[in-house]
Design a protein around this ligand. Structure first.
Ligand code: ADP
Ligand code: MG
Length: 255
């Protein structure tokens, strides 16, 4: 049996006493694209942030290629926190792209993509910039390497942010509404980059309201509602009519 790239079991997450995710089970195989859809406030970002270890989940387990993330249950069934070193190691396998591009305004595209390679991964400047250029080329922006974020369109900035995440050579990429802050005419160029990443076999979890993208790229659609995964399945099954009434209502409201 092959080990899934991501395996989430019985995950729950609370903030203070408020439960925002419960009984979440998600399995993403190597090279699969899982889309997370659902109304605003349903817990999509929180789930991604738990997988990226930006939030600590309250219950359950997250395994990345069989390695526990953050917490694990010991032989006695008691929850234990993993040591910081192992958290860093698992964390380094995951790249994340946010709705806001979060680029450093005082650095060029090349600087944004190469910075962590130097400061976190300890690469020499020349090697880091060489690696960064490969990634900028991949997102179609090698001719913009010397531009600052303010000189780039939103779509270009988001592609730099994707290149920055890819430069660390993650095994898994998480996208949280990566096109929601963009003007409609700029979403296509970002979705195309995401589509080609998927075609190359990157394992991805994608929160998106782009139903056309989800229907054509995802291997599995997961519908979150009020902190629970209400249903999941391949796009052909989930989007086929008659649809689940909550999905129908979501599509009416959000699209
Ligand atoms: P979505 O991404 O689907 O819109 P979120 O994951 O952002 O949903 O939020 C799910 C719920 O968790 C919301 O009710 C939100 O208010 C709550 N929430 C998210 N982050 C925090 C936080 N840091 N503290 C308290 N509540 C939070
Ligand atoms: Mg969100």
């Amino acid at each position: 049996m092959t080990i899934p790239a991501i395996e989430v079991r019985n995950l729950a997450k609370s903030f203070a006493n408020v439960t925002v995710l419960q009984d979440i089970n998600l399995e993403v195989a190597q090279g699969e694209v899982a889309c997370l859809i659902g109304p605003s406030g349903s817990g999509k970002s929180t789930l991604l942030r738990c997988i990226a270890l930006l939030e600590e989940h309250t219950q359950g387990t997250i395994n990345i290629e069989g390695q526990a993330l953050g917490f694990f249950e010991n032989a006695k069934g008691v929850r234990e926190r993993l040591p910081a070193s192992s958290i860093r190691e698992v964390r380094s396998q995951i790249g994340m792209v946010f709705q806001q591009f979060n680029l450093w305004p005082h650095m060029t595209a090349l600087g944004n993509v190469s910075e962590a390679l130097k400061t976190v991964d300890g690469m020499k400047k020349a090697e880091a910039e060489e690696r960064a250029m490969i990634q900028l080329k991949k997102v179609g922006l090698e001719h913009r390497a010397g531009h600052y974020p303010s000189q780039l369109s939103g779509g270009q900035q988001q592609r730099v942010a994707i290149a920055r995440a890819l430069a660390r050579q993650p095994k898994i990429m998480l996208f949280d509404e990566a096109t929601s802050a963009l003007d409609p005419e700029l979403t296509g160029e970002v979705l195309n980059v995401m589509r080609s990443l998927a075609e190359e076999g990157m394992t991805m979890v994608v929160v998106t309201h782009e139903i056309g993208f989800a229907a054509s790229v995802a291997n599995q659609i997961n519908f979150l509602d009020h902190g629970k995964l209400l249903f999941k399945g391949p796009p052909a099954e989930v989007f086929q009519k008659p649809r689940h009434p909550r999905l129908e209502q979501f599509l009416d409201t959000y699209l």
